[in-house]
Design a protein around this ligand. Sequence first.
Ligand code: NDP
Length: 448
Amino acid sequence: MLTNEYLQRVYAQCEKRNGGESEFLQAVREVLESLEPLMEKHPEYESAGLLERLVEPERFVQFRVPWVDDSGKIQVNRGYRVQFNSAIGPYKGGLRLHPSVNASVIKFLGFEQTFKNSLTGLPMGGGKGGSDFDPKGKSDMEIMRFCQSFMTELYRHIGQFTDVPAGDIGVGAREVGYLFGQYKRLRNEYSGVLTGKGLSYGGSLARTEATGYGLCYFTQEALRCMRDDSFEGKTVVISGSGNVAQFACQKAQQLGGKVVAMSDSSGYVYDPAGIDLELMLDVKGARRARISVYAEERPGAVYTPGCSGIWSIPCDIALPCATQNEINEESAKLLVKNGCTVVCEGANMPSTPEAIEVYLANNVLYGPAKAANAGGVATSGLEMSQNSLRLSWTFEEVDARLQEIMKNIFHNAENAAKECGKPGNLMVGANVAGFLKVADAMLSQGVV
Ligand code: NDP
């Protein structure tokens, strides 16, 4: 509930301007609600029109992406890039290729990214982009032609000191390679304009693993400090089976957890003996097959069609790593009923506001996406540093920095929550800690 009059006015205006953009409004509302405790102490935010500016992207680009499929037919997709906030650094945030991508999804992701990037402690502003292109079932050549066409427009809006995109849903090493190649060709310039690059052309070791590993480092630190506990011996359920889910699974297993279920957009597998990650990586990575194939090849594993059923599997720790709003109130209640005491988010905004209320009402240790999945972009920041220095750090060096960053993010969120009078509420803590740095920079830079 928004009670502060200024926050109410900012939200009402945002709602009027962005009518129907439900994901974006959901993300804005959550942040504004978290800022309530700050409002009395900071009248300067209102006099500087700070929040009106914060919820309005600095720039939003939408463009046509025409490409030719393997049968010679012309296809047209819609491309986007939102450059949300550059107060603390160049815009930074991934590109998503998925049929559900629209202006609302891109704006929610770009808005969230602003606070997440601030939380990492690195100098990165918030941005996000993508297209409603569906990479599923496309040949390598179709993916390449799409990526080249997408970059043929995007290149004029980005640059190593302006805006540095990366991967997200549907954009992995293959896509980043094609995008980078086209940027280099168009600009005749070799720069660190994208992160998540291959190791042979400027990528960072541990970037592929970073979001999933970072999620587990954050969860481990939260468990240690808030529950005097760890992953050791815990049953873990992870939704998704893409980049974030795969490496969350690997690290959770290394830390002593038993991962018993994973999913894709068609259904989920339950493997009571514990997920065989080598097989999972072969099925979902190398073969780009459906997750049902895992159950066909793994004795004892069961496949069930439909995604949301995965939350009915009893677990101690749930790590949603697929997509937005994948846990609703009903699923959250089911998780709690079956004994789940920890939910940390690898995906962006995977829990609906009603689900979050269920976590908070039931003393679930809730690690919000902005904080818990910031390891990916933090390591992208480390990739940018290595590119600028013309150096490559070892896996161990990058991983050590990632662990340090995730611990700091947890402690900053926990401390901010305490200072706001909401001890233990990491959602409020992450929103406030991320916001304060951006707000300070915006105030210093005048009305821009
Ligand atoms: P991938 O494309 O590698 O994997 C996405 C996974 O989620 C796939 O298993 C996919 O299933 C599943 N999925 C996608 N859409 C849906 C849907 N509508 N319903 C159910 N399942 C779905 O993406 P990532 O692993 O990179 O991203 C996953 C989440 O993590 C996203 O929310 C992303 O924004 C977030 N994230 C990613 C970061 C990164 O570094 N990559 C950084 C921070 C956050 P299928 O195989 O059927 O498509």
